[in-house]
Structures are given as structure tokens and as C-alpha cells.
Write a protein that binds this ligand. Sequence first.
Ligand SMILES: Nc1nc2c(ncn2[C@@H]2O[C@H](COP(=O)(O)OP(=O)(O)OP(=O)(O)O)[C@@H](O)[C@H]2O)c(=O)[nH]1
Ligand SMILES: [Mg+2]
Length: 198
Amino acid sequence: MEKLNFNKTRFLKVAAGINDLPPQDRPEIVLSGKSNVGKSSLINALGNNRKLAKVSQTPGKTRQIIYFDVDDRLLIADLPGYGYSGASHEKTAEFSALCDNYFKSGRAFRLVLCLIDIRHEPSVSDIAMIEYLNNANIPYFCVFTKCDKLSRAQTAKQIDMMAHYLDFCEDAHVFAVSAQNQAGISDLRDAIADAVSK
Ligand SMILES: Nc1nc2c(ncn2[C@@H]2O[C@H](COP(=O)(O)OP(=O)(O)OP(=O)(O)O)[C@@H](O)[C@H]2O)c(=O)[nH]1
Ligand SMILES: [Mg+2]
């Protein structure tokens, strides 16, 4: 089959709730991570188009599940960021309910990209997410974002530190990327294409 063309990434729809998800007529991958970790920026980097997903200085911008389509062959779901402390308690509860329902909806997830900021220690929610995916046997990649902020040596050191906190399952792939300078993006595209073609 021809290689998945990430340049053909387009916005598909906004799903306000669990009853509003698009039909699963192709593999679906999910972007998950703390608010502000760089989920929207990563979609733009993968799709090579800065206008695909809204990037914001204000955390908590993405409040619904936003769907993108890649090459008419793959769905990417951009989940609302978890654990944003600036949002009202009510709003936070609403986001996490949406994510919980989504993961429990019985949809088939080909792959989850767990985004974690390379500069910070993993949050309780990051650790909980990895544990959840391990237990649910959902394949995932750990994607460390904003690597342009650190040197290569610092990046490697941080990943070692993360491994201390995060119980990566044996075949979880680990990526260090930057949406800003495109580091690691092409490798990540290849690995996604590979994972969804199986
Ligand atoms: N230096 C650097 N900054 C980044 C990178 N990716 C994202 N950012 C910045 O981080 C901030 C948040 O990025 P978003 O892509 O909007 O993050 P998000 O995870 O979609 O945030 P929510 O939608 O609020 O959950 C923005 O100011 C981005 O410019 C990166 O690779 N390097
Ligand atoms: Mg976003």
C-alpha cells in the first residue's frame, strides 16, 4: 500500500460529546496529555500545516474532541488537555468526564500518543494515563515534547528520569520531538504509519 501522506491532513469535525463521534471507518489514534503540552502543535507538525489545529498561549484551549483526517485513511483525535489548574473546577470535571467516557466508549484505538513535556516531571495524571493504557492493553507511544528547549544530552537525561516514574510497557516506543524545529517528527510519522498499517 502507498505510504500514508501526512501532508493530506485536514480538519474533520469537533465532537462535543461521546454521542457525536465520527463513524470508525478507519483506524483511530488519540493524542493525550496535559493541557499546554503541545498536542495541537504536534498535529500541525505532523500535518506540515500550521493552520490545522489552534495553538494557544492560554492553556485549556481545546475543550472538545477535535478530529482530523489523514489521507482519508486515519483519524486523529485531539483530546482536551487534562489537569489544567487554571480552569474552573466545573470545567475541569467536564473535560475529564469527556475523556473518561471517550476511553470507555468501546471505540477501537489503534494507538495513543501520550505527550509529556520533556522539561517537567510527569504529573500524577501522566502516570495514571500510562498505567491505564498498560492495564487496558492499548498500544501507545510516549512522545516527549518541546525538545528544542533542551540539549541532546539533557533530553537523554530527562528520558532516563521519566523511565523512573513511568512504567513503560515493553513495546511502548519513546520519541523525543519538537514541533518548533521538527526534530523527531519524521520518525514519528513513520512509526504511526507503521502502527496503523498492522
Ligand atoms: N518551544 C516549543 N514550544 C512548543 C512546542 N510545541 C508547542 N509549544 C508551545 O506550547 C504552547 C501550547 O501548545 P499547544 O499545541 O496549544 O498545546 P495543547 O496541548 O494543544 O494545549 P491545550 O489545547 O490547551 O490542551 C504554545 O505556546 C506552543 O507554541 C515545541 O515543540 N517547542
Ligand atoms: Mg490543543
